[in-house]
Design a binder for this molecule. Structure first.
Ligand code: ATP
Length: 284
């Protein structure tokens, strides 16, 4: 174990009865990195994240989060991490401003509540009671509470579920902004575009094991996969797989004497490679 990592696990395990929910997981997330955990329902993502947050006891393995064993959950350590929890409904009668102030009081050096409210895009709702917020606005409030303590490491479990497309984009901006400020971020998501946009690296979990860790662009050999060239020829739609798409397209341009109708050059999407990776284990 080294202090160079924000998160480091070796052989992490959690068993429920005879079910190995997390089955020997080795993970290393560098400080300042945005790391996305992907995996099908029941793969073990939430169990893993909750063990890293110190909310769930592990059955085996070693874990260091910001250099400490999360199971100790010391006060000083907890002040350095941020967790975006699902709303508890505990503060329904308080205004957005009051809830954020209330949480700020738990920290010795919190961020400015007004600044955080603006960062999550709730400035127009700062006087509104929590109970009247829409689902997406409620989630923004959850995020505000996760970052009010200026965490070094932020955990986000499916942060944008239920967001409209614009809210997701704004949320992504916020995450980029936090990452640019040096915050390490571990997020779980089912949205492949979210992982691709935000993450420096993604880890795919299936059956409680990490089956691959890579950049979004190179996962599953994606970066070196053959390109698909599609176009419409004199006899209808055409498609070719090629390792040299530029040369192939140049030939097509020659043949057509200019623009090639409906020309598209593509490589496998992150979703394509992800789905092929989890196929053998998705029925577990
Ligand atoms: P999702 O994408 O659906 O949120 P996940 O990857 O987060 O899934 P986990 O919630 O970590 O998956 O669950 C992993 C496995 O452990 C599942 O089979 C789940 O049913 C099981 N599990 C989780 N919590 C418990 C529990 N408290 N008791 C028994 N089994 C549990």
């Amino acid at each position: 174990m080294t202090d160079g990592y924000a998160i480091e696990t070796h052989g992490l395990r959690k068993t429920y009865g005879s079910h190995h929910a997390v089955n020997g997981l080795d993970l290393a997330v560098a400080r300042g990195e945005v790391f996305a955990l992907l995996g099908p329902n029941g793969a073990g993502k939430t169990t893993t994240v909750e063990m890293l947050e110190g909310y769930r006891k592990r059955d085996g393995g070693e874990v260091r989060v910001l250099g400490e064993d999360p199971q100790r959950r010391t006060l000083a350590w907890r002040a350095r991490i941020g967790i975006v929890l699902q709303s508890t409904g505990e503060f329904e009668e308080l205004s957005v401003e009051e809830v954020v102030r209330h949480f700020a009081a738990y920290y010795s050096d919190p961020d400015e509540p007004a600044r955080v409210i603006e960062r999550v895009g709730l400035q127009d709702k700062r006087k509104a009671r929590a109970k009247v917020l829409s689902g997406g606005q409620r989630r923004r409030l959850d995020v505000a509470l996760g970052i009010i303590g200026r965490p070094e490491l932020l955990f986000l479990d499916e942060p944008t579920t239920g967001f409209d497309p614009q809210a997701r984009r704004e949320f992504w901006e916020l995450i980029r902004d936090l990452a640019a400020g040096g915050t390490t971020i571990l997020l779980t998501t089912h949205y492949l575009d979210e992982a691709e946009t935000l993450a420096d690296r993604v880890g795919v979990i299936a059956g409680g094991r990490l089956i691959e860790v890579a950049t979004p662009a190179s996962l599953g050999g994606r970066g070196s996969a053959a390109a698909k060239v599609r176009w419409t020829g004199p006899h209808g739609p055409e498609v070719r797989d090629t390792d040299t798409p530029a040369t192939f397209v140049a030939k097509l341009v020659d043949e057509f004497g200019g623009e090639v109708p409906d020309l598209v050059v593509s490589r496998p999407s992150l979703e394509d490679v992800y789905l092929s990776m989890i196929k053998p284990t998705e029925d577990q």
